[in-house]
Design a protein around this ligand. Sequence first.
Ligand SMILES: Cc1cc2nc3c(=O)[nH]c(=O)nc-3n(C[C@H](O)[C@H](O)[C@H](O)COP(=O)(O)OP(=O)(O)OC[C@H]3O[C@@H](n4cnc5c(N)ncnc54)[C@H](O)[C@@H]3O)c2cc1C
Length: 453
Amino acid sequence: MSSWLPALRRLGVPTSTEPAVLAEHGTDAWMAAVTPEAVTFPRTAAEVSQVLRFAHRRGIPVTARGAGKGYVGGCVPQHKGIVVSLMRMNRIREIHSGDFVAVVEPGVITSKLQAAVEKKGLFYPPDPASRDTCSLGGNVATNAGGPRCLKYGVTRNYVLGLEVALADGTLVRCGGRTHKNKTGFDLVGLFTGSEGVLGIATELTLKLLPLPPARVTVSATFARADQAAAAVRAVLGAGFLPCSLEVADAFTLESARRHLGSKVVPAGNAHLLVELDGQAESVRSELKSVAALIRKVGALSLRTADTPEASEELWSLRRNFSPALKVHGLTKLNEDIVVPRGKLVDLFRFAGRMQKEYGVPVACFGHAGDGNIHVNLMCDLTRKGERARMDRALDLLFRQVLAWGGAITGEHGIGLAKKRWWNDAVPPATRDLHTTIKHALDPKGILNPGKFV
Ligand SMILES: Cc1cc2nc3c(=O)[nH]c(=O)nc-3n(C[C@H](O)[C@H](O)[C@H](O)COP(=O)(O)OP(=O)(O)OC[C@H]3O[C@@H](n4cnc5c(N)ncnc54)[C@H](O)[C@@H]3O)c2cc1C
């Protein structure tokens, strides 16, 4: 037992050292696991601040944790110490219809806020696929994205203000509740996406939009991936800005066919899903034009939906792509790379070559509209040397993505999973700048140590 545990308990912040609780708070949705020495469950910003002041004085590592649904080991307490779970700070404090603002604690589950604001005719667009289980604090710390980000932008575009507990426990407020604010540095931007290494967010002020009353959807398959890419170009080229443009490759479709049956998954080697939202009359008319454009490119199958129920049906196929990959009985390494939009077909071809030349099954699907494609390497981690083989495959993938001017992560962050490629992805002077900022805010290096900075 660590010598500081009795003193930590005396703070009065709910704390656990139960082995099952420690184990549960040592992992996320990636594969790393490190057991912390204690988990605290603060209920207020003042309690977060108290724990940090305590840890700072003694130089104890502290790792912030939301819902633990991250994909890169970001909340894994690599240097043990204290995990600060924000999940008891889960109140929606305010939804203001006049100001189009919500104020929440960091442990609120994303879809809970979305449902609450939609009841008032308001809209919080960022839609990570994990939204039913992940926290808004985690979304802010990873700058989470999702399909709707093509039109609406990522989490950063919705964070107006933050309260943050710094490494020494000082509580600072940045930004505010206005939709524009140019007072001082963009500190909200600095903390958003900082993966818990600069501070712990204790209150979030989020921007809301009017809820679009209607959405319509088109689902199409093509014989070839380049036709799907041509359809994306045709839709955007004609001046449409869909809220989502989702694409999937032949490997994904074949897995879905095995998982759901060939009646549910139409024939073809590439799939495209387009969603438009807005006023009912205008989106219905846009639906016709977009469907015509897609047909012209040579779709093998095409279905349209102009009611929420019918749209949901088309989305359910897209949502099943990830679970369908389970038919292979392998572990999925989900790499959320981003390529310039014009490189979509090159990426699919490259994935095909990885499959043939290195024997790694690869499934690609994701957000074609912003080039953020999830490249899923299917691996058998029970096989000897598999981890090293995957790292070599990822070396190739990331080298190619960077050579195209892309990025190694568009949504999930660096965490532990992508630490190996941090030096390749970021120039030395920019890495030094990250280090300078980290030292300025956390001179003892207690916040989420062992990660990329
Ligand atoms: C099935 C599935 C689908 C997913 N789909 C998407 C997707 O579509 N888009 C996407 O972007 N991501 C997706 N993810 C990844 C993940 O859900 C997101 O990264 C999410 O934002 C993590 O939130 P969390 O609450 O689980 O954070 P955690 O995993 O608990 O933590 C993530 C990081 O944030 C830090 N952190 C957490 N809370 C705070 C806080 N209050 N203050 C400071 N730092 C904090 C942690 O230290 C860690 O570095 C998916 C994950 C799964 C399992």
